[in-house]
Design a protein around this ligand. Structure first.
Ligand SMILES: C[S@@+](CC[C@H](N)C(=O)[O-])C[C@H]1O[C@@H](n2cnc3c(N)ncnc32)[C@H](O)[C@@H]1O
Length: 205
């Protein structure tokens, strides 16, 4: 799976130079999914920069963390922040952990489970790459290992929206390819990048 040791001079930096290089940390079946399902490096870096405001020890959750690409990029560029991922597919969490161990990033953590099992009070800010979209008929699926349904799409969106609504003023969310349907109205859009594909939100008073 993982194909070479750290460069002596460069440390782990080389893995963050391009998406192709980073994606080569994973098997080819996972690399093939990258374009559609894993956050591109420069978007991950930009989103992480918005969420990490410089306070050491912040805890940030990626809701549906896949093979960990967002958290690992964020952990590399923002080492004082703790980046957490929750992922419903066990195999993807295993790949995330393997890449984390290889990159020796001690501030990224991956858990296998459904995001509905988490206590949102344990996190300060959130990242969301439209994770529930695969429940809709016309979407590209990662695999056929789980059941999909429109009911689940609606349920997850409502559940997440409610959790976000209960977070304190100042809570931040970065969304990718998600056009605000899950964001409660108490959050204000405060910016966007990449022709609106990546959006930034903060909970107002
Ligand atoms: C579009 S991928 C994004 C992966 C990662 N956040 C990234 O940006 O590289 C969405 C992921 O969310 C996961 N997911 C979807 N619904 C979930 C749920 N209810 N609980 C946990 N994970 C979920 C999927 O299995 C998939 O791996």
């Amino acid at each position: 799976m993982i194909n070479s040791l750290f460069d002596k001079k460069d440390g782990r930096r080389k893995w963050f130079r391009s998406d192709d290089r980073f994606n080569s940390l994973y098997p080819s079946s996972i690399q093939e999914l990258a374009k559609r399902h894993w956050t591109p490096l420069r978007m991950a870096k930009k989103a992480a920069g918005f969420l990490a405001d410089g306070t050491a020890g912040q805890r940030i959750l990626d809701i549906g963390s896949g093979v960990g690409k967002f958290c690992l990029v964020a952990a590399y560029y923002f080492p004082k922040v703790y980046w957490y991922g929750i992922e419903q597919r066990k195999q993807l969490t295993t790949y995330a952990d393997a890449a984390k161990n290889y990159l020796q990033l001690e501030n990224a953590f991956f858990n296998h489970g459904n995001f509905t099992q988490l206590n949102f009070k344990n996190f300060d800010h959130f990242y969301f790459f439209n994770s529930f979209y695969e429940n809709l008929d016309d979407s590209d699926k990662i695999d056929d290992s789980i059941a999909y349904s429109e009911e689940l799409y609606i349920y997850y969106n409502r559940y997440l929206s409610l959790q976000l609504e209960m977070r304190p003023t100042g809570t931040k969310i970065a969304t990718l390819h998600s056009y605000g349907e899950v964001i409660p109205s108490c959050y204000k859009e405060v910016g966007s990048e990449f022709t609106d594909e990546l959006k930034f939100w903060i909970k107002a008073e």
